[in-house]
Design a binder for this molecule. Structure first.
Ligand code: PLP
Length: 429
């Protein structure tokens, strides 16, 4: 019997050129001429320090399942799922079909003025799966955070906000005010424009020490596992105690599940996996598998504090609940209904094989961080072997692994083998 033909999306790496290849380099030269220089890292200086000729990014041409194909025809395994967006895999056929069908029917409805059926169906589907009652849509993760922060202000009448060191909630001003990640780089240049309402406490600090702060704030904003901050899992029981103490103090609790939600840790929400009941939850990234749509979900008790619209929405945006994004998100939910039950076991298997190889691993489900001495060098070396990964943490102390939830075990096994080759545990990468 002949072996089954390889399936695009399930392929192992296949490289045809040096990385980055000549076409990627030519595109990046054009990019560098036009893009604000602070956006895409060209990394040439760092590459020189590493002894490499160049360390530019590859330029993506296509992506399917767990595979990315660059403009030089090199096939990679994407261990980032495109920043956690492609939870169902890149270009999932059901999501693409939903997009095409909806695009042929209704590309745009009118935010708060004229709704459309897909937006309404998506609100119902999200509430059914998460146990929340009300929804505000947005276009980016930071939009969802802003909607939650405003809702907490409306519900409590209190300006104060407590967030945590290492937290990443996005870069729009409201979210940035709450960020505790690389403060010197991200916050300091804008500190004078961020208001004095936001305070940060140590992530995982004993809850009793937080009580005086909680009495001053209307909102507590927390990632149940810090993603960009380094895949940091708080101490067991901490999140529950934080919710209880915040509620006792009259504050609303917002879980930013933009990274952890939509199945990443093996449940619709990390909150539900831990049997916790925050008042508001933010979703983004994997919500629609590749379309910029996000959602703030809330209890009726908190969301209804807004009161009924008096004719002009007090919180809205032009693309609110866009029908194409909503149709894609509905398709994603359908796919994830089947995928979700497999995530914990797949994550546990990956974690075991990393630990067996000798690495320190943290995280949950398929949101894992591998502790390494030099994640920058390791991520570069892995890209040269056809695996895309991102460093995470204040000091880039972990390699973040967030592959598509549909990734094949053979792809994960090949990744571990490549990691051992480029950054053996216990040695400098
Ligand atoms: C936990 C968390 N919150 C918020 C955001 C911001 O989302 P966006 O970049 O879509 O605004 C991110 C992005 O990485 C995130 O990881």
């Amino acid at each position: 019997m002949s072996a089954p033909a390889p399936v695009l999306g399930e392929l192992l790496p296949a490289l045809r050129t040096a990385i980055p290849g000549p076409r990627s380099e030519a595109w990046v030269d054009r990019l560098a001429a036009r893009e604000c220089p602070a956006i895409t890292a060209r990394r040439a200086r760092r590459a020189a320090a590493l002894g490499a000729a160049k360390d530019d990014p590859i330029v993506w041409a296509e992506a399917h399942g767990a595979n990315v194909i660059d403009v030089d025809g090199n096939v990679f395994v994407d261990m980032t799922a495109g920043f956690g967006v492609a939870g169902v895999g890149h270009g999932h056929p059901a999501v693409v079909a939903a997009m095409q069908q909806q695009a042929g029917r209704l590309l745009h409805a009118m935010g708060d003025a004229f709704p459309d059926p897909r937006r309404i169906e998506l609100m119902e589907a999200l509430c059914a799966r998460t146990g929340f009652d009300r929804v505000i849509f947005g276009s980016s993760g930071s939009d969802a955070v802003e909607a939650a922060l405003k809702t907490a202000r409306v519900a409590t009448g209190r300006d104060g906000l407590l967030s945590f060191t290492g937290a990443y909630h996005g870069l729009s001003y409201g979210a940035l005010a709450a960020d505790g990640y690389k403060e010197a780089d991200f916050r300091r240049p804008f500190a004078g424009q961020l208001g004095a309402h936001a305070q940060r406490a140590l992530f995982g600090a004993p809850v009793d020490e937080l009580r005086p702060l909680l009495a001053q704030v209307g909102a507590v904003l927390v990632e149940p596992i810090q993603g960009r901050g380094g895949v940091r899992v708080p101490p067991a029981g901490w999140l529950g105690a934080l919710i209880d103490a915040a509620h006792e103090a009259g504050a609303v609790v917002i879980f930013d599940e933009i990274y952890t939600g939509m199945g990443r840790t093996g449940a619709w929400l990390r909150a539900r996996q831990l049997d916790l009941a925050p008042d508001l939850v933010c979703l983004g990234k994997g919500l629609a598998g590749g379309y910029p749509i996000s959602a703030c979900l809330g209890t009726a008790a908190v969301m209804d504090a807004w009161g009924a619209s008096k004719g002009e929405a007090l919180h809205t945006q032009t693309f609110l609940g866009n029908p194409v994004g909503a149709a894609m998100a509905l398709a994603c939910l359908g796919v994830l209904d089947g995928v979700l039950p497999t995530v914990e076991a797949k994550g546990a298997r990956l974690r075991r094989s990393l630990e067996r190889a000798g690495y320190g691993v943290q995280g949950a489900g398929l949101l894992l961080g591998v502790r390494l001495d030099d994640t920058l060098r390791a991520s570069r070396a892995l890209m040269e072997r056809g695996f895309l990964v991102l460093p995470a943490g204040e000091l880039a102390e972990v390699l973040a692994l967030t592959p598509p939830l549909t990734v094949r075990e053979a792809q994960l096994d090949a990744f571990v083998e490549a990691l051992v080759a480029v950054a053996p545990p216990g040695t400098r990468a």
